[in-house]
Design a protein around this ligand. Sequence first.
Ligand code: C2E
Ligand code: CA
Ligand code: CA
Length: 251
Amino acid sequence: LRTALHTHQGLEVWYQPLMDISGQQVVGLEALMRWHHPQRGVISPGEFIPLAEEMGLIIQIGEWVLREACRVSLAWPDISMAINVSPLQFRSAGFVERFKAIVQQEKTLPSRIELEITEGVLIEDEKGAQEIMRALREAGFRIALDDFGTGYSSLNYLSHFSVDKIKIDRSFTQSLGVAENSVAIVESVVKLGHAMGLMVTAEGVETPGQMSALADAGCNQLQGYLFSQAVPADQLAALMISSAPDELHHG
Ligand code: C2E
Ligand code: CA
Ligand code: CA
C-alpha cells in the first residue's frame, strides 16, 4: 500500500453517480478508492482503508483522493462531488486547513464538495468534532452523514451537529419489501431529515421496487447498482448520457 501510494500504481479513484429521484439524472458523484494489487488483484476499500488507518497512511490517501476528485469535478460543473472522510483523518491536526488549501490549489470551490462522515468522528471528543464541522461549513464544504441509522447515536448526532444531508444506509434500502416495518422506518427517517431541512439520499438501490418505495417515502436522491457501480473517470461521460436503467427509459 505504501509503494502503491508512492508510485500511484494500482491506486485509483472511481466514481459512483447519485441520481435524482426520477433516476434519470446524475446530480452527484461519490469518489470511491480502488486498489489493483499486482499479484492479489482488486482489493476492496473495506479491506485496505482500515489498514491505511492503522499504518497512518489514511491522511495522505484521503488528501490524494480529494485532489483527484477536485480535478474530475472541474469537468462536471453542475454536479456535486462527495468524498469519504475517515474519522482519523477528520480528527488530524490541520485537517480543515489542508482540505481548504487543496481545493484552492485545484481551482475549485468547497461548495462543490460534500464530505461524507460517519458517527465515528464523534468518538472521544464531541466538542472538538463540532468545532471542526463548524469550520468546514464556514469554509463552504457541505457535510453528509454516511451510513445513517447503523450506529448507536444517529439521532443524538443529528441534534448536536449541523449537517446538510443524511445518507440512509443500504441495509435499510435492502430491507424494503423484505423486513416488516421497513417502509415505516425509512419514511420516518426521511420525515425527520426533512423536518431538519436536510437532503435525504438512499444508498444501495438495486431494484426498481426499492426505487419506487424510496420515491414514495420522499427521498431526494438515490445511489446504487440499479443506476451504476463506481466507474473510472474516463467512463463518466458515457454514464452521464445513459445512466438510467432501460426499464426507466422505456417505462
Ligand atoms: P461507503 O462510503 O458506504 O460507500 C458505499 C459502498 O457501497 C461502496 O463500496 C459502493 O461500491 C457500494 N455500493 C454502492 N451501491 C451499491 C449497491 O447498490 N449495492 C451494494 N451491495 N453495494 C453498493 P466500496 O467502494 O467497496 O467502499 C466501501 C467503503 O470503503 C465505503 O463505504 C467507504 O466507507 C470506504 N471508502 C471508499 N473509498 C474511500 C476513501 O477514499 N476514503 C475513505 N476514508 N473511505 C473510503
Ligand atoms: Ca460514503
Ligand atoms: Ca454509506
